[in-house]
Design a protein around this ligand. Structure first.
Ligand code: ZN
Length: 388
């Protein structure tokens, strides 16, 4: 089955002007001015000069739930397929977090398979905050080799009281496992790093890169917008060739306590001279966002939301006045490249046909994932098996 999209104002994420996009099955076949093709097997769609962009790539989602740091009642629920779709996320990477005791990689893998069956492209990390990393098959390397969906390890926690306080040698060994796992499979092999609020910030990553044969871009540190000091450390890291990630889920209280909105952190980084390709945003959806009272006592919890990615894109463009291609790259091509998924996050011949249709003000109207409609004219096209 072919789909021909006419009159798309395309951002690939770079601006392509008004053009046509031809999709064959799950892939983009061609992007060009005035593609002509006809026949019974061609679905012709007039985009009517809507903005068409690549489906978003969210590099960190607690797809099978997370949280639990305030007792068992604070465990957060799983991600719903429909929430991802109406947020424009077509590719995502699942992760465990603090809790790899009552939550497991087996459960995470099952959820990733379910989201993939429903039409998304879902990958996941092996491991968790913990070192040694929990795995499915016994080692990080084996998980990467034997499980297609496993593209790396993480979120491994550093500079955080909830982490295992790994040494540089321990982290270097993990890097070597991931590197060899990548070599054997053609995957890039990435280490997602959860950076906490302790003063060491990114020191451990620099220590590993200077003392062992591990390059900075093996690490993919997130939550870099947690506070001003960490943001500055992140800017230095990115200028040395690393890729940094900002978390889009936040609360008013976290912002008052010094967190910097992802869109604003992006503007600061670009002004500071960070290479635009070296910065990404992710939602951290389904993670828990705690509210504390003035005595530090837990008052309530909110849950990270996957639609925060789209909200921060809008803020980046409308409030921070960052050009759309630059802002868009941080949630499409840049994370795809950081994860080693070069067939994702761009509108390009040969790449997967994951496309979003948006109004001028970036309101999301429709979504095609792997060549199939999953959201059209703001209506969901699929129901889960329990809703039927
Ligand atoms: Zn984290």
């Amino acid at each position: 089955m072919l789909k021909l999209i006419r009159n798309a104002q395309a951002f690939a994420p770079e601006s392509r002007g008004v053009c046509d996009i031809l999709i064959a099955d799950q892939r983009i076949l061609r992007i060009d001015q005035d593609i002509s093709i006809s026949g019974d097997d061609v679905e012709v769609i007039d985009a009517n000069e809507q903005i068409v962009v690549p489906g978003f790539v969210d590099s960190l989602v607690h797809i099978s739930g997370g949280g639990g740091e305030g007792g068992f009642t604070t465990r957060t629920p799983e991600l719903e397929f429909h929430d991802a779709v109406r947020a424009g996320v077509t590719t995502l990477v699942g992760a465990l977090g603090t809790d790899s005791t009552t939550r497991s990689l087996h459960e995470l893998h099952g959820k990733a398979r379910a989201l993939s069956e429903q039409g998304l492209s879902c990958y996941h990390y092996t491991g968790s905050y913990q070192v040694p990393a929990p795995t499915i098959s016994g080692s990080i390397r084996d998980d990467m080799v034997f499980i297609d969906a496993v593209i790396g390890v993480g979120e491994i926690a550093i500079a955080d009281h909830r982490g295992s306080q790994p040494s540089a040698a321990e982290l270097a060994r993990i890097a070597s496992d991931v590197t060899v796992g990548g070599l054997l499979t053609g995957k890039k092999g990435v280490i997602s790093i959860h950076v906490g609020e302790q003063a060491e910030q990114l020191d451990l990553l620099h220590e590993v890169a200077s003392g062992f044969p591990v390059s900075l871009d093996r690490f993919y540190p997130t939550h870099i917008n947690r506070q001003q000091g960490l943001l500055q450390a992140g800017i230095a890291f990115a200028k040395q060739g690393g890729v940094i990630d900002f978390t889009t889920s936040t609360t008013e209280q976290l912002l008052q306590m010094g967190e910097i909105r992802a869109s604003h952190a992006l503007a600061i980084s670009l002004k500071a001279g960070v290479p635009p390709d070296n910065v990404t945003m992710s939602s951290d959806a389904q993670g828990s966002l705690p509210h504390f009272d003035e005595h530090g006592k837990l008052q309530s919890l909110e849950i990270g939301r996957i639609d925060s990615l789209l909200n921060e894109l809008k803020l980046a463009v409308h409030t921070e006045e960052i050009e759309l291609p630059l802002a868009l790259a941080t949630i499409t091509r840049n994370p795809a490249d950081a994860l080693g998924l070069s067939h994702k996050g761009r509108l390009q011949a040969g790449c997967d046909a994951d496309l979003l249709f948006m109004d001028e003000d970036l309101t999301l109207n429709s979504v095609i994932a792997k060549g199939a409609w999953v959201f059209k004219d703001r209506e969901h096209l699929t129901t889960s098996i329990f809703e039927r």
